[in-house]
Every structure is written in structure tokens, then in C-alpha cells.
Write a protein that binds this ligand. Structure first.
Ligand code: MG
Length: 313
């Protein structure tokens, strides 16, 4: 959902995260988001009738944690209320028929998702009519180069590495990249044994410093027995969103003696991208054999190596 946010709206989240970090807050609260929105858009500030001094006062009114030290990003997730604000902002853009979420829609989302902030605004000097008008008639959001402009966006690129290996046995399904490949052997595993999906999970979790697949989906949990690994990817995509991470690129190598995987790559990219809610063009897949060497070369196992890059707002 964050990829719908214009660069300006993402900068507002960046400021909010900075404020939360500065105050030692465990989560990015809706108050921090409001501060970020007001700080980002001078025109909106004027439209509401809030002075720069009042904005500074608002910032300094935030509670400071007694932990007494700034939290180092990227370890600050959105609070539940803030996640609701993000959804409500997208809903405000939908109502306008806008594919993008700009700062005005963000403000509408803030007041829909956290109505108590209305009082914060009026206390800072905003007039009720100005607030109502800003919500009822948000400025249209149009900024070009939203996707291509990622490298310009506030935030930092983080990378993660993922590796997985599964044994191959006769009489099992061979699932790779969310696609069933016709073959006389399949991978042994607690879930569907999708070596590529598992390595992608670990690479994404690594990029976001959120641990590993075994912690989030333990193979001792009967819930995941026979589970489609695409479900893991869907869970991880949601977790990334909560932690303000946006997938930039995934690059993978699958090492497997047989069968030939290349013809299945388009279907795999489509399945993986759908689960991760990204564009298939953001995924690059490569296949290698092991030249007949060791267990992979003898066709007893297959493995995958993945590097994932995310933009951490
Ligand atoms: Mg695995």
C-alpha cells in the first residue's frame, strides 16, 4: 500500500519515524504521522492556519520515553492506530479515484483513523472550517516517477540474504516459486517445501532485520503442515508494510540438476509477485545446475540463494 504514497507523503512518514526515533518511542504513533504531514507540506500548514511556531510546539509536546536513547531505525513499526491511518488514507484516495495517496489524502486518513487528532489540530490553531474543507476537498495527488523515483525517496536501501535446501524424493510434489513443476520427484518439507519461496522469505526478513522464517513459521507448528509457502510470503509482505519496508528488488538463483526451470520462470514470477503484492518485473530468477557434483548434482536435493533489497522509509 505504501507504494501508492507520493514521495512527499512518504517523506511525511520519514519525518514521523525520525520524530518517533528521537523520542525513543516503541512505535510510530498517529501523532508522529500528523507532525510529519504538517512538516512536509507548507501549503497545507497555511491552508489549516497553523503557524510554524505552533508546529514546533506540537513536536516538542510529544512524550519522551524514559529509555532516554533514540531508537535506531529501522526498528520502529507503525502502531495499530497508525496502520489504520495508512489504510484510511488509501481509502480517501480511492474515493477521489486517485491511484496515488498524497499529503491531503494522508491528512484525511489521519482524521478518519485517529479522530482525536482533530483536537490536536485545533489546539495548534487550526480552524474547524479549514480542517473540514481540507478533508472534504483534498488536493489531488499527482507526482510523476513514483516507482522510478524510489532512489530519490527518503529512506535507505537495505539488503538481505536467504538460502534454503530441500531433499528430493519420489512420490512428492515439486513446488518451486509457488508453481507445481511436473517431475518424478518432489521436495521433502513440513510445508510444501518450496525452496525458492523459503529463501525469498529469509532474504526479505533479513533486509528488514526481522529474524528468519523458522521464528515466524516454526516447522513444529501443525498449522504450517503442508501449507503453501505463498502464505508465508503474504504474511511477510504484511509485516514489511507494518515496518515501513517496501520491496525494491529480489534476485534469486535456484540450483537444481533437473528438471529445466527456465520455462516455468514467468509463472513463478507471477505467483511470487502476486503473494508479495509487487510487480513481476521486480523479481529476477536464474537457474543453475551443479554439474553433477555432490547431492544436488546427483539429483538428491535442490537449493536456492536469494538477495532481496528493500527501501526502508
Ligand atoms: Mg525450506
Amino acid at each position: 500500500m505504501l507504494d501508492r504514497f507520493t514521495e512527499t507523503a512518504r517523506r511525511a512518514i520519514f519525518y514521523a519515524r525520525g520524530e518517533a526515533a528521537e523520542r525513543g518511542s516503541e512505535e510510530i504513533e498517529a501523532d508522529h504521522l500528523l507532525y510529519g504531514v504538517l512538516k512536509t507540506d507548507q501549503a497545507l500548514l497555511e491552508r489549516l492556519g497553523i503557524s510554524v511556531d505552533a508546529l514546533q510546539e506540537l513536536g516538542s509536546s510529544f512524550a519522551k520515553s524514559d529509555r532516554g536513547r533514540p531508537v535506531s531505525p529501522p526498528g520502529i513499526p507503525l502502531s495499530i492506530e497508525s496502520r489504520n491511518v495508512i489504510s484510511q488514507s488509501a481509502a480517501a484516495a480511492d474515493r477521489q479515484g486517485s491511484p496515488q495517496v498524497g499529503v491531503s489524502q494522508f491528512l484525511a486518513g489521519l482524521l478518519a483513523g485517529a479522530p482525536r487528532l482533530r483536537k490536536v489540530l485545533t489546539d495548534a490553531g487550526a480552524k474547524v472550517e479549514s480542517i473540514n474543507s481540507a478533508i472534504a476537498n483534498p488536493e489531488p495527488a499527482f507526482e510523476t516517477r513514483v516507482q522510478a523515483g524510489w532512489e530519490m525517496a527518503q529512506g535507505r536501501f537495505c539488503t538481505g540474504i536467504g538460502y534454503d535446501l530441500h531433499r528430493l524424493e519420489a512420490g512428492r510434489k515439486l513446488m518451486i516459486g509457488g508453481v507445481e513443476i511436473p517431475f518424478d520427484k518432489g521436495s521433502v518439507g513440513h510445508s510444501d517445501g518450496d525452496v525458492l519461496a523459503h529463501a525469498i522469505c529469509d532474504a526479505l526478513l533479513g533486509a528488514a532485520t526481522l529474524g528468519d522464517i523458522g521464528t515466524h513459521f516454526p516447522d513444529t507448528d501443525p498449522k504450517w503442515k503442508g501449507a503453501s509457502s505463498l502464505v508465508f510470503l503474504e504474511h511477510i509482505a504484511a509485516m514489511l508494510g507494518e515496518h515501513l519496508g517496501m520491496i525494491s528488488q529480489i534476485d534469486a538463483v535456484v540450483i537444481c540438476e533437473r528438471p529445466k526451470l527456465g520455462p516455468h520462470f514467468p509463472a513463478m514470477k507471477h505467483a511470487l509477485a502476486k503473494a508479495l503484492k509487487i510487480d513481476p518485473a521486480q523479481i529476477n530468477l536464474k537457474a543453475k545446475t551443479n554439474e553433477g557434483v555432490d547431492a544436488i548434482g546427483r539429483g538428491e536435493a535442490l537449493a536456492a540463494n536469494v538477495v532481496a533489497t528493500i527501501l526502508q522509509i
